[in-house]
Design a protein around this ligand. Structure first.
Ligand code: RUQ
Ligand code: CUA
Length: 656
């Protein structure tokens, strides 16, 4: 019996060892995940702060989530392209215009690539930009309030994927189309795609002081798919690089038909040259229709303006502005190293990683080392701009980031790993498995001249057995690696909101001191604000009723309202009079076909209620704000549509 037990245990031990190996929960002596000090490296003690912020795209959630590194703790989900009932974003009257587009109100998008603003090539922590792919848009989030303050729709674009990357002084945030389409849109046979569909690359200026976005020009390129992009920096500042696939210009069975060519291109765009051309009156105004939505922090309201034209540029009209660098094979990631010299093209179907040299590219242009042209755009000879290749580093390369020591880190989707290699010698230095099938990766400051090479976050496409199961839909996942030593070390798994695509990170100190604590009531210019209880009132205008309401611990003013009628449109404009950090109030009304409001100190927000039944209906505060939070409530009396109940409101007295 004893022996049987022993041998059973031995078998179990072997099985466990085997299974855990299979699961990738690394076994063996130098196992990162099992080492004691690993826990310490990610442990942020209660009350302590993380060293880095990470802004991780929410993918098909349409949002942007804020994490701390190294802890992997989730702090906030910033609503960007999707309605968010928790924060009333897209539900309250103030923020609904943010989601307006030329297709009407679009309350969702597929968010991909956050990128933080830069000054002199270094992350400055002022704004983070992110693209919506599906109904092409670029959003700007203000990192003093962590709120989406601007969304600009991109006309002539579809599947806005090679976006939203910023140049080294945030001169531009750039958006490239994934799908080529008829420009302008028109009814035509799909089979006539080739030669007729076009791809637009959009350059959006960012006001250096206020951050206001404006489309400066759209470059109308051949009908390829523009997958990813990155700005030049340092010596290559003034250029922008875009990877392409489907240079075959196929429109059906793309998995086969868009994989025919040995090489596709990285398009190199000299935006400084085009900017000069445009500033001198170049380009063609094209009629179009797109929304520009701006949130004003002083009125606490967004407005949406429909723009009617866009300046387009034909690359052939600006000689010397656009070149194509052949790159094997259907390149996805298009990443520029911190010096600006090297442009890495990750050919998804290629055995090797291709690295172009900016210096060699300029020389090739100078010497006219061209191998023909595509629709008149010169194609640089492959060898002429080639800096080197990383040979057989893995399978299915997607994206590359850089540290501050001359190393590059590339993700491989198929072989499911991060591979570290040396920039310049192209030798592979280290590799670590990802669990599983990694897409993007992020080193804080990665898209800048100054990366902070302490951690890399791998954002994975598959999670499988890494967490407790949650039914068929399992959590999305990221992994944190320590890259401060020669070898990468896996430190942590943490779940993410939606499918994480790219992320942007920076030292917490860049953002923390500027984080706003409240809104100044004095500067509240909301047209329906009540800045004191004396200003509260209820105003009827036909069938529309405006309630000017305030909140303070722990009551609403007014809290008794009579004279509302069935069929009225009742707007609750609620101002939070608090002027202390971290004292929001909420409000919700029974039967309102919208979300609660969550109102920050000094802010005014509005929701619409359309009462459908007579009665006395309560409302209450939804945010636990004080010991008497539960007493923070009120009543609205609703009379029949033809009743004569007089309009009255009060606080602390009975309405007779
Ligand atoms: S990319 S699928 Cu960011 Cu690798 Cu979108
Ligand atoms: Cu105010 Cu709870």
């Amino acid at each position: 019996m004893k022996n049987l037990l022993k041998s059973t245990l031995a078998t179990v031990a072997v099985l466990v060892a085997f299974t855990s190996c299979n699961n990738g929960a690394k076994s063996g002596k130098n196992s990162g995940a099992l080492a004691n000090n690993v826990a310490e490296k990610v442990y942020v003690a209660p009350g302590e702060h993380d060293e880095f912020y990470a802004f991780i795209s929410g993918g098909f959630s349409g949002q942007l989530s804020v994490y701390g590194l190294p802890s992997g703790r989730l702090f906030k989900v910033i609503p960007v392209f999707s309605q968010d009932a928790e924060k009333a974003y897209g539900y309250n009257e103030e923020t609904k215009p943010m989601l307006n587009t030329s297709h009407g109100f679009v309350p969702w998008d597929d968010a991909h690539h956050p990128d933080i603003s830069q000054t002199n090539g270094v992350i400055d922590g002022r704004w983070v930009f992110i693209n919506g792919n599906n109904t092409p848009r670029i959003a700007k989030i203000d990192l003093s309030t962590f709120e989406t303050t601007e969304i600009i729709e991109i006309p002539n674009s579809a599947g806005n994927h090679s976006s939203s990357f910023v140049t080294e002084n945030t001169e531009y945030v750039v958006a490239g189309t994934r799908f080529s389409v008829p420009i302008p849109q028109k009814d035509m046979p799909i089979k006539d795609y080739k030669g007729n569909f076009k791809g637009s690359l959009t350059f959006i200026t960012v006001d250096p002081e206020h951050g206001n976005m404006d489309i400066k020009f759209q470059l109308i390129m051949p009908g390829f798919d523009y997958d990813l992009s990155h700005p030049g920096r340092g010596k290559s500042h003034g250029w922008f690089f875009f990877s392409t696939y489907n240079t075959e210009e196929a429109s059906t069975l793309m998995e086969v038909n868009a994989s025919q060519n040995d090489k596709d291109f990285i398009a190199a765009v000299n935006w400084k040259k085009i900017e000069e051309y445009v500033n001198n009156g170049g380009g063609t105004m094209m009629p179009t229709n797109y929304a520009h939505n701006v949130y004003d922090e002083n009125t606490h309201m967004a407005t949406s303006t429909m723009k009617k034209e866009v300046l387009t540029v034909n690359p052939l009209d600006v000689p010397g502005a656009v070149y194509l660098m052949p790159t094997p094979k259907s390149p996805h990631g298009c990443d520029v190293d911190p010096t600006g010299e090297y442009i890495v093209g990750s050919g998804k179907l290629s055995a090797n990683l291709t690295v172009h040299s900016f210096t060699k590219m300029l020389a090739a242009i100078e010497n006219e080392s061209f191998a023909g042209d595509a629709y008149g755009i010169p194609i640089i000879e492959f060898e002429a701009s080639l800096a080197g290749v990383v040979e057989q580093p893995g399978l299915g390369p997607l994206h590359t980031e850089f540290d501050d020591k001359g190393n590059a880190y590339t993700t491989f989707f198929i072989s499911s790993e991060v591979v570290k290699w040396k920039v310049g010698t192209w030798e592979v230095l280290d590799r670590q498995p990802c669990y599983y099938s990694v897409g993007h990766l992020m080193i804080p400051g990665g898209n800048s001249q100054k990366p902070f090479g302490k951690y890399v976050v791998a954002m994975n496409k598959i999670t499988k057995d890494r967490y407790l199961p949650t039914g068929p839909e399992v959590t999305q996942s990221a992994q944190l690696y320590d890259i401060s030593g020669d070898k990468m070390e896996l430190l942590l798994d943490f779940p993410t909101v939606g499918e994480p695509h790219y992320a942007a990170g920076c030292p917490a100190d860049l953002i923390k001191p500027r984080s706003k604590k409240l809104f100044d009531l004095e500067n509240n210019n909301h047209p329906y604000a009540a800045k004191s209880e004396a200003d509260t009132k209820v105003v009827r205008d036909g069938k529309t009723v405006h309630i000017y309401m305030t909140t303070i611990r722990s009551h609403f003013a007014p809290d008794n309202i009579e004279g509302i009628k069935v069929g009225d449109k009742v707007y609750f404009h609620v101002t939070n009079l608090e002027q202390d950090y971290d004292v929001p109030h909420g409000i919700s009304m029974i039967g309102a076909n919208t979300s609660e409001l969550l109102i920050m100190p000094g802010q005014t927000e509005t929701f619409l209620w359309e009462p459908k039944q007579e009665g006395v209906w309560p409302f209450y505060c939804t945010d636990f704000c004080s010991a008497l939070h539960q007493e923070m409530q009120g009543y609205v009396r609703v009379s029949a549509a033809n009743a004569n109940t007089p309009l009255k409101w009060s606080l602390g007295e009975d309405i007779e």
